[in-house]
Design a protein around this ligand. Structure first.
Ligand code: URP
Ligand code: ZN
Ligand code: ZN
Length: 457
């Protein structure tokens, strides 16, 4: 049966307008006023915004860190995504050392197959470079993996050196791919971690002390210079601070083709969390760490001024009990990461749009349209247009909600946003025309998310 959403305010990245939307099967088939049709389910959404389904291009579900596995797998992670208005995620398939990219991709397909409640795709993280891995990048493109990831930190496990960055960027330019970078100087992080531990500085605050903004800025600056030499398109993921942003802005002036992602945690939280009583600070141990509060405003301004292009969550959840506690005696053993996929849209609406920091159109651009465009999914995703997938989010701005870990869909025992008030409710979420979530609760009984083959440039 087809569906008509009536009376809502449609939000695109450019304009907001009243119109009805008709959906047939999985697609939007008509947008116009006073749409009527027999044999059609009519849903009155007056008073609400209709925004395109969120696209979160930075999640880590079912990730084995070597010491523990993320609390959310593809079942709970994608359920949390749809509950919060995100209908597409891109997760990081990761090459194991000594293995091929193909093996890494198959492993991630296995983790996600028949488990995803939203649509999904993969970036491919390269951790062990060789000529054959370079050749395999072509095959990844054929498999719909048009973006890659390189880590400049996590020495000994994920980190790659400058010559790998250079070679991978040369290759990515030739195949029309984009590479996202975790920018922190991993060698110096290791030195500072060792220094702190030698001085018996073992608590969570020393995680932040070992990863100062300068180390993020240094890696960002180095990346900008390598990308300038290779003339390749790059993405700086989870940018957290002014120092790193300044390097990006200088590089843009030199003509470097760079896009930037930040995350809600760097907009809404700050390093004071590491001063919390007892071991509570461990909940906020992530890389890069939370920064000085001044950075929050700087990043909001950068969003408003088009200096930052997307907001992903870097959802990488570990329970406080038993998982974060692995680092009770040594901050460097606290698994890095925090949950966020469920609350991205509500937080951005409340603390960005309701407070007039950004327009609702800019919110849609940052959460949905730009991620879809950058990662080869537009206009199938990221748009409310005839022919686009009917991934639709009905956001009611007249309701409120308070975030509580005990109510969340994410399978983790805390949220960094406990007691944060939301000035909206994600009332209905449609994935390719099917209602999958109502009032923040998943109503789909089985996983209908599809793998998305993405295009390259
Ligand atoms: O702390 C974080 N961000 N964990 C996830 C892995 C990464 O660096 O993105
Ligand atoms: Zn990272
Ligand atoms: Zn990440």
């Amino acid at each position: 049966m087809s569906l008509i959403l009536k009376g809502g305010k449609i939000v695109s990245y450019k304009i907001t307008y009243f119109s009805d939307i008709k959906v047939d099967g999985e697609k939007i088939v008509e947008i116009g006023e006073n749409l009527e049709s027999k044999d059609c389910e009519i849903v009155d959404v007056s008073g609400s915004y209709i925004i395109p389904g969120g696209v979160d291009t930075h999640t880590h579900f079912d990730l084995d860190t070597g010491t523990t596995i993320t609390a959310d797998d593809f079942i709970s992670g994608t359920k949390a995504a749809i509950a919060g208005g995100t209908t597409t995620i891109l997760d990081f398939a990761t090459q194991s050392k000594g293995k091929s990219l193909k093996a890494g991709l198959e492993e991630w397909h296995h983790k996600a197959r028949n488990k995803a409640y939203c649509d999904y795709g993969f970036h491919m993280a390269i951790t062990d470079w060789s000529d054959s891995v370079c050749d395999e990048m072509d095959e990844m493109i054929k498999q719909g993996v048009s973006s890659f990831k390189l880590y400049m930190a996590y020495k000994g496990t994920l980190q790659v050196d400058d010559s790998v960055i250079y070679k991978a960027l040369e290759k990515s330019k030739n195949i029309g791919a984009i590479i996202g970078f975790h920018c922190e100087n991993g060698d110096l992080v290791c030195e500072l971690v060792d220094k702190n531990l030698k001085e018996n500085h073992i608590s969570p605050q020393y995680h932040a002390a070992s990863r100062p903004p300068m180390l993020e800025a240094e890696a960002t600056s180095r990346l900008m210079k390598i990308a300038e030499i290779t003339k390749s398109k790059v993405c700086v993921v989870h940018l957290s601070c002014k120092e790193s942003l300044d390097e990006v802005l200088k590089a843009k002036e030199r003509g470097v083709d760079v896009v930037v992602e930040t995350c809600p945690q760097y907009l809404l939280l700050n390093e004071d969390k590491y001063k919390l009583e007892g071991f509570e600070g461990a909940k906020y141990v992530m890389s890069p760490p939370l920064r000085n509060v001044k950075n929050n405003d700087i990043l909001w301004k950068a969003l408003e001024q088009n200096q930052i292009d997307t907001i992903g969550t870097d959802h990488c959840s570990f329970n406080y009990k038993k998982q974060k506690e692995l680092g009770m005696e040594d901050f460097s053993k606290i698994p890095n990461g925090a949950p966020g996929v469920e609350h991205r849209v509500g937080l951005l609406y409340t603390y960005g749009v309701s407070t007039n920091k950004i327009s609702i159109n800019r919110m849609v651009e940052l959460l949905s349209t730009n991620p879809a465009k950058i990662y080869g999914l537009y206009p199938q995703k990221g748009a409310i247009e005839v022919g686009s997938d009917a991934d639709l989010v009905v956001l009611n701005p007249n309701k409120t909600k308070v975030i509580k870990a005990e109510d969340q869909v994410q399978n983790v025992d805390y949220t960094p946003y406990e007691n944060y008030r939301l000035n909206c409710e994600i009332e209905r979420v449609y994935l390719r025309g099917k209602e999958v979530s109502r009032n923040g609760k998943v109503i789909d009984n089985f996983p209908t998310g599809k793998y998305l083959k993405r295009s390259s440039n």
